[in-house]
Design a protein around this ligand. Structure first.
Ligand SMILES: Nc1ncnc2c1ncn2[C@@H]1O[C@H](COP(=O)(O)OP(=O)(O)OP(=O)(O)O)[C@@H](O)[C@H]1O
Ligand SMILES: [Mg+2]
Length: 393
């Protein structure tokens, strides 16, 4: 078996040169350590982007032989290259080629190792929120679920891991915010409406091409988990990039995630992708909390009639087939969009209380709580749930 693994690893190409790592004598150690396969190579001259490509190739080539969560890729280099840094007090612009610096908050792209799951210090439960397809309302949902859980007395954090279109800074009205770090060199999350959050949007230039972001940033989620000060967080929600490809996989296989939610619209095509999302989480042995149907219907404000613009009943059928819970259905409502666009998310606007969307979020919030505490307690004063559930470590 190990010979077969070595044979496969010997084919892995160094994208920096086009030659195999083996021909460049970079492999330093390949062997089993307990139930983990440890593969270590010298990465001198290999950029974080290229390192990421190598990691994905290693995973792909070994996928039939070793489970992805059992592969630990280690690298040795004589110098490390910091790719992103949070802005310092002088308000410098972040740069892809920023050298190793003493700036207070830093992110190093591509420095995550594969298959090393650790609990996140200070965090109770981590929930990944995914969708097979873009534009189904995943970010809007994540932000408003965070606010709903906070209303119920939980301390909530949110990671915007969407490298394609980080939107949480806009939704929370913090587009110009620059994260700072504390005396222990941990990044301090940005806070809005009581939610602490961290976003790729704070570190990338919106003009940077997506193709450049993808391979580089797969490992950065682990830094958002482990290099950010999440002390005292009951629930940490992760807004994943849309889709079920390598990026999503490599992001969550590093994290110790407690549950996943998949968002879909009722359309057939969106549902097909959402099913892939559920399957992806199941494959990673991640408990699926349930599916949410967004944009389920539109209630006409003048005639009061309910229109099923994107079809009807699809997600209900899907949850049956996939044997996962249905968490709820969120109708289309103009204020959900305008709230997100203006930095005043829906669930912060008390005048919308008791509207269908508001009630849908309350019901979904309860189901999420019940998932982690199967016999819910009928009391929700601030901090109460968190204390009795022991959510905060
Ligand atoms: N139920 C809803 N009613 C009205 N507008 C909605 C609803 N859900 C989402 N929207 C709007 O639809 C658009 C897409 O939503 P959002 O950005 O949350 O989706 P996404 O799945 O995160 O998309 P992306 O793939 O781009 O990250 C946004 O303008 C949002 O405000
Ligand atoms: Mg989004």
């Amino acid at each position: 078996m190990i010979d077969l693994i070595r044979e496969r690893l010997n084919q892995v190409i160094n994208p920096a040169t086009g030659a195999t790592l083996a021909s460049e004598n970079r492999w330093q150690h390949v062997g089993m350590e307990g139930d983990k396969l440890v593969a270590q190579y010298n990465r001198d001259g290999i950029s974080p982007a290229e390192k990421r490509v190598i990691e994905l190739e290693i995973q792909n080539t070994l996928s039939e032989l070793v489970g992805v969560d059992k592969i630990l890729v280690k690298t040795v280099s004589s110098q490390s290259q910091d790719v992103f840094k949070a802005l310092d007090e002088k308000n410098e612009q972040p740069s892809a080629a920023a050298p190793a610096a003493t700036a207070p908050a830093q992110l190093k792209a591509g420095h995550g190792t594969v298959g090393n799951k650790k609990p996140v210090p200070g965090v109770g439960k981590i929930i990944a929120i995914g969708s097979g397809k873009g534009g189904v309302g995943k970010s809007t949902f994540t932000a408003n679920l965070a606010l709903t859980l906070a209303k119920n007395g939980h301390k909530v954090g949110l990671i915007d891991a969407d490298i394609y279109g980080p939107s949480q800074p806009m939704i929370f009205g913090k587009r110009d915010e620059k994260p700072r770090s504390n005396s222990e060199r941990k990044i301090i999350p940005v806070e809005a409406y009581g939610i602490k959050f961290m976003s790729f949007g704070f570190f990338i230039n919106e003009q940077d091409p997506v193709i450049w972001r993808g391979p580089m940033l797969g490992g950065v989620l682990s830094q958002f988990l482990f290099d950010v000060d999440w002390t005292g967080t009951d629930f940490l929600l992760i807004d994943l990039p849309p889709g079920t490809g390598d990026i999503q996989l490599s992001m969550i296989q590093n994290a110790h995630v407690d549950g996943a939610i998949v968002i879909s619209t009722p359309q057939d095509i969106a549902l097909l992708d959402a099913k892939k999302g559920v399957e992806m989480f199941k494959k990673l042995n991640l408990p699926v909390i349930g599916m949410v149907e967004n944009m389920t219907s539109f209630v006409c404000s003048s005639c009061g009639a309910e229109h099923h613009i994107f079809g009807h009943g699809g997600v209900e059928k899907a949850v049956e087939q996939l044997a996962v819970p249905m968490l709820g259905q969120i109708p289309l409502e103009l204020e959900l969009r305008t709230g997100s666009d203006s930095g005043h998310p829906y669930m912060t606007q008390d005048q919308l209380r008791d509207r269908p969307v508001w009630n849908a979020f309350l019901a979904i919030g309860e189901k999420v709580e019940a998932f982690f505490n199967p016999s819910p307690v009928n009391e929700s004063r601030p901090g109460f749930f968190s204390k009795i559930l022991g959510l905060t470590k």
